[in-house]
Structure formats: C-alpha cells, structure tokens
Ligand binder design. Structure first.
Ligand SMILES: Cc1cc2nc3c(=O)[nH]c(=O)nc-3n(C[C@H](O)[C@H](O)[C@H](O)COP(=O)(O)O)c2cc1C
Length: 170
C-alpha cells in the first residue's frame, strides 16, 4: 500500500524504528515481498527487516500454504504493514502491483507451484494475481526458488524456471 493509504497505526508502528538503520539506498522504495509455502519462509522475516534497515517500505503477501508454517502476524510485526493474505474489494493486487505502484516484487521463497503459475499465466491465489498484474505492468520481479533438489530436477519445473529466467532476466 502507498503511504497515504496506511492507517495511523501502520504509520506509527514501533517496528519502523529500524528503517534506515543500515543505510538509505532503498529510501522511498516500495517492495512487495511474496512468501510462498516453503520452509525457507522463516528467512523472509529477516529479509523484510534487512530491506527496511536499508530504507525500504515492505508489504508482505502470503500464500495459504505458508500461513500453515508461519503466522501472518509475524510478517506484520516485521514490517508494520498490513499483511495481504487474501484479495478483497480493496483491490490489493492493483494497489500493490499496477503500473508504478511498487518498485520491486520479490518472491522469497518461490515454490515450484508459484513459479509454475507465473510461467503459465495461472492466476488463482493472492500471490499469483499480484504477479500477473506486476508482470503486465512491468514491475521488476525477483523470484527466489527454494525446493528439494528432486523438485528442481523435475523437467516441468526446469522448463518453468528457464522460461522465467528469460522473461524476468534472473
Ligand atoms: C513443511 C513443508 C515444506 C515445503 N517446502 C517446500 C519447498 O521448499 N519448495 C516447494 O516448492 N514446495 C514446498 N512445499 C510444498 C508447497 O507448500 C505446496 O506445493 C503448496 O501447494 C505451495 O503453494 P504456494 O505456492 O501457493 O505457497 C512444502 C510443504 C510443506 C508442508
């Protein structure tokens, strides 16, 4: 969400004390951090805080699968921002990922499932809808795959990763 859409509570959240404590490179940068259902999700909390420490405003989007591993309140604590766990009439996907609404979308961790959805134009979860909008509005997307080697070795997963490598330049 843009700052003007934030509640008073979000603007005054105590966790914002850390913003800029390591540097100002990301000041005024809006980063959408999508967290899919991998055990690596616990590391997204530290990533969110690191981006904030360099000045960024971070909004987290969670998949249903990850909320069974990590409670969304943890991401709220980490960032001070409302966590997007579902899409509503507030049009969170447009507010976050339409033209110039954010500077970067990170998917960390990216599951085989979520990678596959983006690579094949499937749009049936909050993360995949935000990626569909962001891909169309040309917001840079950084996918950070996390999975067992056997999943990487799946030919369909490899095909999806190779497609996204070309389209997203990662
Ligand atoms: C404990 C646990 C760990 C998982 N770790 C991974 C993982 O590292 N990578 C992956 O692609 N899927 C992993 N999965 C499977 C995904 O959660 C599952 O495919 C899910 O449908 C992904 O949905 P999402 O992409 O919407 O988050 C894991 C599942 C569980 C229960």
């Amino acid at each position: 969400m843009t700052l003007k859409n934030k509640s008073i509570e979000e603007k005054n959240h105590p966790t914002l004390d850390i913003v800029g404590s390591y540097g100002v490179e990301l000041t005024e940068k809006k980063i959408v951090l999508c967290i899919a259902g991998s055990v690596a999700a616990y590391k997204a909390i530290e990533l969110a805080r690191l981006l904030m420490r360099h000045g960024a405003d971070v909004t987290c989007v969670t998949s249903n699968a990850v909320t069974k591993l990590v409670q969304p309140d943890y991401f709220k604590w980490a960032t001070g921002n409302k966590v997007i766990t579902k899409l509503t009439g507030d049009l969170e996907h447009i507010r976050l990922a339409d033209y110039n609404k954010s500077d970067l979308i990170i998917v960390y961790p990216a599951t085989a499932n979520t990678l596959g959805k983006l690579a094949n134009g499937i749009d049936d979860t909050p993360i995949s809808t935000i990626l569909t909008v962001g891909f169309g509005s040309k917001i840079p997307i950084l996918m950070c795959p996390a999975m067992h080697a056997s999943m990487y070795d799946n030919a369909a997963v490899k095909k999806n990763i190779n497609f996204l490598k070309i389209k997203l330049n990662f």
